[in-house]
Design a protein around this ligand. Structure first.
Ligand SMILES: [Zn+2]
Length: 468
């Protein structure tokens, strides 16, 4: 028991220890940092040391971007900003935001190195959307830092002895599975790349064959696998200790996975533009710590752009170390809460933010002004223990709208449609939505097991089929 507790202690401080080591390394290897006011090699870094490291990195980044990227050179010129004018972290607010449209419009103008120095190009549209393509260039050094953080994030919730089964799409443009595999190997653990094309039984065979103790994957396929296997196999006795998911997870889903697998469940927040892995939920399960060695975070009011000290707002990141495509004050469109209180995990210098429940790109605004987005329904619908997955469409014209739920369950409960309907109408958070006189009665369609083909879909989204 005592030994188990020590292992927990090791895990809980890992990300913080990693960040402190990065800052000390910086001080050792970069004479400029040693000469920077407040620089030096702190024995036990404080939050002020972390902020100081950020300011040093930020000033370096601003000079680098203005010298090498025509986009930032023009942006700074137009706004009469000289990098040397930024002398505090608060001064960052003088620089205009960069948004996804800027990046999509001309990714080459962000590029700071020659094409010959690029090791990897990621071209993508934000998953689940049909927006314009964005492109991120990474040098070898950029990839090294991404892999290192993936390892550090993994090590925060797992052990060196773990065997990690990676259930991520293989062959995707971002190659998240390959980078994660490298990160896992870096911390001395073992990785099994299972992809998403295997059946649930085949995934289970791999878990047994390699003795997987950690499952890392996209929430929907892992949840589906659980539902397809649970009646047939004793999943709680397999030795899986941690399920680590890449996307938002309703509390009801989390509790369910925890119970069925008899394991801990963590989620992670990632963004392709920021190098995929951004933040990880620690053992306190009360928010995410993020990669503060490479990223600077601001939370802003999405309407006014004002920087918020605490509370809910849009996440805005600055890449402090990126060489290929640096991003300065990049708006993510994702809404989360900045948590000012110290984390119960014991991390004293790491900041944290609350779960990203609303990704702005996934929000559909109804004609009556109400907002609907997947996590609004997840919490309610996943209380049905036989639910495997669901899809949601919105149709309508002339100001009248209707929500269409397609529901896949494990069983043949003849009353399932009524039960879904009851849940939707009785949940206090949803009742007002259906009470609006602009909303037609929701349509609920039940499909047989396997009816919703969506393995590999990264995020649940509401399909908007309205005719305006
Ligand atoms: Zn924590």
């Amino acid at each position: 028991m005592a030994e188990g507790k020590n292992r927990e202690d090791l895990k809980r401080v890992y990300l913080e220890e990693w960040l402190h080591n990065k800052i000390r390394d910086e001080a050792l290897t970069d004479p400029d940092f040693r000469g920077f006011p407040g620089g030096g090699i702190p024995e036990r870094p404080t939050r002020a040391d972390v902020d100081n490291y950020h300011l040093f990195r930020l000033r370096k980044l601003l000079s680098y971007a203005s010298e090498n990227s025509s986009f930032y050179r023009d942006l700074f010129d137009k706004n009469h900003i000289r990098p040397s004018d930024i002398v505090s972290l608060a001064d960052l607010a003088k620089i205009p935001f960069t948004d996804q449209a800027d990046l999509a419009r001309n990714p080459n103008r962000f590029l700071c190195v020659s094409h010959g120095d690029i090791a990897r190009v990621t071209t993508f549209t934000t998953s689940g959307t049909t927006g314009p393509e964005k492109r991120i260039y990474c040098t070898d050094g950029d990839i090294g830092r991404i892999v290192e953080f993936m390892g550090a994030g993994m090590r925060t919730v797992t052990e060196k002895e773990d065997v990690v089964q990676i259930m991520l799409p293989s062959g995707s443009t971002s190659n998240q599975a390959d980078l994660l595999e490298q990160g896992v190997l870096k911390i001395g653990a073992k990785a099994i790349k299972a992809g998403l094309n295997l059946s649930s039984e085949e995934q289970l065979d791999l878990i047994k064959k390699h003795g997987a103790t950690v499952i890392f994957g996209v929430a929907s396929p892992v949840y589906r696998m659980t539902q397809e296997l649970k009646g047939l196999h004793a999943l709680d006795g397999l030795g899986v200790k941690t399920i680590f998911l890449t996307s938002f997870l309703a509390d009801t889903q989390r509790e369910y996975l925890r119970r069925v697998w008899n394991c801990d469940v963590h989620s992670h927040y990632g963004l392709t533009e920021m190098g995929l892995a951004v933040a990880v939920e620690c053992h306190a399960h009360d928010g995410y710590h993020f990669n503060e060695a490479d990223l600077l975070l601001e939370i802003i009011d999405p309407e006014t752009g004002r920087v918020l000290g605490e509370g809910e707002g849009e996440l805005v990141f600055t890449t402090l170390t990126r060489q290929g495509t640096p991003l300065i004050r990049y708006r993510t469109n994702d809404i989360a809460r900045l948590i000012p209180e110290p984390c119960p995990c014991g991390a004293a210098t790491l900041r944290r933010f609350g779960p990203v429940k609303r990704r702005l790109e996934l929000i559909v605004r109804l004609s009556n002004g109400r907002l609907v987005y997947p996590s609004l329904f997840d919490e309610v619908l996943y209380t049905l223990t036989e639910l495997v997955d669901y899809d949601l469409r919105v149709t309508g014209t002339g100001g009248r709208e209707r929500l269409h739920f397609t529901v896949e369950t494990t069983g043949q409960d003849p009353d399932i449609r009524d039960r879904v309907r009851q849940l939707l109408f009785h949940e206090p958070a949803l009742r007002p939505l259906f009470a609006e006189n602009t909303m037609d009665e929701p349509e609920i369609t039940v499909v047989p097991p396997g009816g919703i083909l969506q393995m590999g879909r990264a995020k649940k989204k509401i399909i908007d089929e309205r005719v305006m």
